[in-house]
Write a protein of this length. Structure first.
Length: 113
């Protein structure tokens, strides 16, 4: 599976961004898709994921602010990020799990005034 992430950028605190992750095959055949992030000097941590039957899971730090969703017709998973904080600044990586784990390229999100 090839994954193409997009949508990062610079945003002020309190602002919103939507990340997209387009898969090279139908998302119906992918067990789980989601996002990790890695801040400067930090480890890569799970942000959110969505399963093939629509179950979602979020890191405590983003609950109530981020929403993960999938559009199977477009083979794309989204991460809607609202009420962004400076501590959300990181490189965001999408991933997909079938029988194997696949990573997309990172997209930089910077939250700063």
């Amino acid at each position: 599976v090839q994954l193409q992430a997009s949508g990062g950028g610079l945003v002020q605190p309190g602002g919103s961004l939507r990340l997209s992750c387009a898969a090279s095959q139908s998302t119906l055949s992918i067990n789980r898709m989601g996002w990790y992030r890695q801040g400067p000097g930090e480890q890569r941590d799970l942000v959110a994921y969505i399963t093939s039957n629509g179950i979602t899971n979020y890191a405590d730090s983003v609950k109530g602010r981020f929403t993960v969703s999938r559009d199977n017709a477009k083979s794309t998973v989204y991460l809607q990020m609202n009420s962004l904080k400076p501590e959300d600044t990181a490189v965001y990586y999408c991933y997909a799990i079938t029988e194997n784990l696949f990573w997309g390229q990172g997209t930089q999100v910077t939250v700063s005034s």
